[in-house]
Ligand binder design. Structure first.
Ligand code: ZN
Length: 311
């Protein structure tokens, strides 16, 4: 599942490619993803992309008509960028822009860029076409992605957005987390995944940050707060590690971005090096530790931990 670093990498890639460009066409191949596509989806045609922001795992594409196009990648969504030269190489089978009409999806059966996007086109659900001839293809095999369109002044009252807690990189610290945790008996692993506590800390990075700060994932959240309401040393370390692991992943995504885009045009996925995530039964990477990584279930999700380092 795309987590915050993948979404941030996608945001940077899309912003680099499309800010300042005009959307000249939209092709839609189904009625929706997790929810139906906006009835007025085609109203984005003719708009210029002013900026592309991220809030939690939502991409917010600001258009020059004061509308905001929200895109969430769900479980398996991704954007691929097809540059004008490659679009031209598909010219003999290129579909015309503007085949979308409000409330109906195109009868174009599959993407002409299918080989390019890696899913043979059948999971390429919509395409944005730009005035320089480039195309962004949205691919999502599991179709849990979300697309919404709203006026910019309505952003704060969007139900998807208004429930979100603080961003990990913006004025978030251990004291704020201690305030949330002081009366919470839920274990720290489940609690940190709650988007009302802090946004964007998904399962992978929660496991990694707990390992780095030597916290057992079954610890009650309130036990990481001192009696006077101040964060414990472990909690301070945990917050530092959350920021650090996310920053490193964003940096890794950024550094592989060019290579990746050159290979298959795909944004947002890159190889990871994890200490515990996905390493059940493999040796702990900590120095002087002879234990194997274990996997437990918490809140319906897998947690990976070292039973010695995180005891
Ligand atoms: Zn260990």
């Amino acid at each position: 599942m795309p987590e915050l670093p993948e979404v941030e990498t996608t945001r940077k890639g899309l912003a680099t490619a499309f800010v300042g460009k005009k959307i000249t066409g939209l092709i839609v191949r189904r009625e929706g993803l997790r929810y139906p596509f906006p009835q007025d989806f085609d109203s984005i045609i003719g708009c210029e992309v002013v900026s592309i922001r991220r809030r939690a795992k939502y991409l917010l594409i600001d258009l020059d008509n004061n509308r905001v196009l929200l895109s969430h990648l769900g479980m398996s969504g991704r954007y691929s960028l097809i540059n004008p030269q490659d679009v031209a190489s598909f010219a003999d089978e290129k579909v015309e822009s503007g085949t979308y009409t409000s409330g109906k999806y195109s009868d174009v059966e599959s993407s002409k860029y299918g080989q390019r996007t890696g899913f043979s086109g059948k999971h390429d659900h919509f395409e944005l076409q730009f005035d320089d001839g480039s195309v962004a293809v949205y691919t999502d095999p599991r179709r849990f992605g979300i697309v919404k369109l709203f006026n910019s002044e309505e952003e704060e009252i969007q139900p998807l957005l208004e429930i979100l807690g603080p961003e990990p990189f913006e004025d978030w610290n251990a004291k704020l987390l201690a305030d949330k945790f002081s009366n919470k008996k839920t274990n720290v692993k489940v609690a940190i995944l709650d988007q009302r506590v802090v946004v964007g800390v998904g399962n992978i990075y929660a496991c990694e940050a707990l390992f780095s700060s030597k916290i057992n994932p079954t610890t009650r959240s309130c036990d990481l707060v001192n009696k006077n309401g101040q964060p414990s040393k472990k909690l301070i370390h945990f917050v530092d590690e959350i920021k650090s692991v996310l920053e490193r992943a964003i940096a890794a995504g950024g550094s592989t971005l060019n290579d990746f885009a050159a290979v298959d045009g795909t944004l947002g996925y890159f190889p990871h090096q994890f200490n515990v995530y996905g390493r059940e039964g493999q040796p702990c990477k900590a120095e002087n530790c002879d234990r194997l990584i274990e996997r437990i279930q918490q809140g319906g999700r897998s947690t990976f931990l070292c039973p010695k380092c995180q005891s």
